[in-house]
Design a binder for this molecule. Structure first.
Ligand code: UDP
Ligand code: MG
Length: 319
């Protein structure tokens, strides 16, 4: 008697799309080709989330869905941002493993096979870590600095030089969907969840076409969510800076007293000193208020607790 064949495991690719009309068709072709070797062992689904694109991305996705039943499309009601688009896909996904990838061909589809191998070997999170990246000098330097600051400040260990390109086992996806914070930094949340996590190194390519959907303002917002969401170090920094300035003022007082009594002829009205101190202390105070404001603003948004995103259209059945 032969054993019944083991049920085929399901792998879903979670693919956020924002104004990618120049890339998405080429990306899908590359993805289908790269995942060909997985076909005889797994059931695959390609879950695209159109994050309110204003170009013809959605029309491209509809065509992909009509041509290939493995393509499922969620269209959000407007642009909610990359982190929430990925969240919408995670919420809809009940596959045995989910692979998050960008759709501009910066994350090479072939690397996902290595992620699957490591998953089969027992890892529950396999993140793709950039060995090199072909981005602008500005993006590389700021990203580099950000990951160093984050790893110093964050209360958990968030791997450096890692985007959202990663494979998550179903159990990790289930845990992640319990994290409902609005100011989302998925990489931090994945580290927070725990489980067995492994890295696979890869070379990040240049964007296939179009422009980045992460202009400076969005990048700063994400950096803020990473640091303020996973660290209270900036709050402690306020008291430290306050302490340093109090000590400095003590030294200043001692100096003034000494000058007044030991060298009265030098005790000129020190307007420059006063003015500089005034601006310095004022500047420091306002920056510290800014740090408090950053936390307060985030608390406000969390308290409002609005839905994270709204889905307008669904094509196909997400697993
Ligand atoms: N993206 C998104 N919503 C946004 C911005 C970007 O879904 O508001 C998608 C985008 O289509 C891509 C991925 O997120 O698949 C990464 O964005 P992008 O390539 O623009 O960022 P970069 O690689 O420049 O950091
Ligand atoms: Mg990109």
């Amino acid at each position: 008697m032969t054993e019944p064949p083991a049920a085929r495991r399901k792998i879903a690719y979670l693919l956020p799309v924002y104004n990618e009309e120049q890339s998405v068709a080429a990306f899908h072709r590359a993805l289908v080709e790269a995942t060909e070797p997985l076909r005889d062992r797994y059931d695959l689904q390609f879950l695209y989330v159109d994050d309110g694109s204003q170009d013809r991305s959605f029309e491209h996705l509809v065509a992909l869905h009509e041509a290939d039943s493995r393509v499922v499309v969620l269209r959000l009601s407007r642009n909610f941002g990359h982190q929430k688009a990925v969240t919408a896909a995670l919420d809809a996904c009940h596959a045995d493993a989910a692979i998050i990838m960008d759709t501009d061909l910066q994350d090479p589809p072939a690397v996902s096979l290595e992620l699957v191998e490591r998953w089969e070997a027992g890892a529950e999170v396999v993140y793709a870590q950039r060995r090199t990246r072909d981005d602008s000098w500005f993006k590389r330097t700021t990203a580099h600095a950000f990951y160093r600051v984050l790893s110093k400040a964050a209360s958990i260990d968030i791997p450096r030089d890692t985007g959202d390109f990663r494979l998550l086992d179903r159990r990790v996806v289930e845990e992640l969907t319990k994290y409902r914070e609005h100011n989302r930094f998925l990489r931090g949340m994945v580290s927070h969840v725990g489980f067995t996590q492994e890295a696979v190194l890869f070379d990040r390519a240049r964007r296939h076409g179009g422009t980045s959907g992460y202009p400076l303002a969005k990048m700063l917002k994400l950096a803020g969510d990473g640091i303020f969401g996973f660290s209270t170090a900036p709050l402690q920094l306020i008291s430290r800076v306050g302490l340093v300035f109090s000590l400095l003022s003590l030294i200043g007082i001692a100096y003034a007293v000494v000058v007044r009594f030991a060298y009265p002829e030098n005790a000129v009205p020190g307007w420059a000193f006063l003015a500089i101190t005034l601006f310095l202390i004022g500047g420091v105070q306002i920056s510290m208020l800014g740090i408090l404001g950053s936390y307060l603003g985030r608390v406000y948004v969390e308290v409002q607790d609005r839905p994270l995103y709204s889905v307008a259209t669904v094509l196909g059945d997400p697993w």
